[in-house]
Design a protein. Structure first.
Length: 205
């Protein structure tokens, strides 16, 4: 048994949990963000998250029952709405890396807010299960998260990176000018700071 649950204690797993918790906490504070800071930090955290997810150890489910979920439809819609409101007309983009493209001759309209909400849902459910501290359940949550990374949320992550890059480097000047009149707080984040003050995804007191 000890050997089979070893992946949950792996260094790469712990680092993934840390980055995933940082992203979830950041997205939960969307309404407090300035648009330029929001985009800037996502462009730092998302590549790091992808890297950590790609390094997760191989693990297999130990139980037949589905892993418990925590993010409700209301939670999902609330987060998506807050991100969409913050990004405004920058939320929409055209995407070609979708299954539906097999039936379409032109790019399909997508939303950054939807992609981020999809990623959040998977990561938040994983973190909440992980915090329960039950080895078998933690193992299965890790296995599911890893499977879904390969199936869809990893693709969603790289999909939203392109429009976020476009927002930062093609529209940055106008956004920063608008943000100056809404100066809520500064959020210039380094990679080292992503790991400061994090305790396996637990909420700050």
């Amino acid at each position: 048994m000890e050997k089979s649950i070893q992946p949950i204690f792996d260094k790469n797993t712990v680092e993934f949990v840390t980055v995933a918790a940082e992203l979830c906490g950041f997205l939960e504070r969307t309404s407090l963000q300035k648009r330029s800071d929001f985009v800037d930090k996502l462009l730092k955290v998302l590549p790091l998250l992808y890297l950590k997810a790609s390094l997760l150890p191989v693990c297999e489910r130990m139980e037949e029952d589905d892993v418990e979920t925590f993010v409700t439809e209301s939670d999902y819609n609330q987060l998506r709405s807050e991100i969409a409101a913050l990004l405004g007309d920058g939320d929409d983009y055209l995407e070609v890396f979708l299954d539906d493209m097999a039936y379409s001759d032109s790019p399909i309209r997508q939303e950054i807010s939807e992609g981020l909400a999809d990623i959040y849902q998977v990561l938040k459910d994983f973190i909440c299960v992980y915090q329960l501290g039950l080895p078998q359940t933690m193992n299965d949550a890790l296995a599911v998260c890893r499977e879904r990374f390969a199936e869809y949320w990893g693709q969603r992550l790289v999909n939203v990176m392109r429009p976020l890059h476009e927002l930062k480097y093609s529209r940055n000047a106008s956004w920063e000018e608008a943000d100056d009149s809404e100066d809520i707080y500064e959020d210039n984040c380094t990679e080292e700071e992503l790991y400061e003050g994090l305790d396996m995804g637990e909420d700050e007191p």
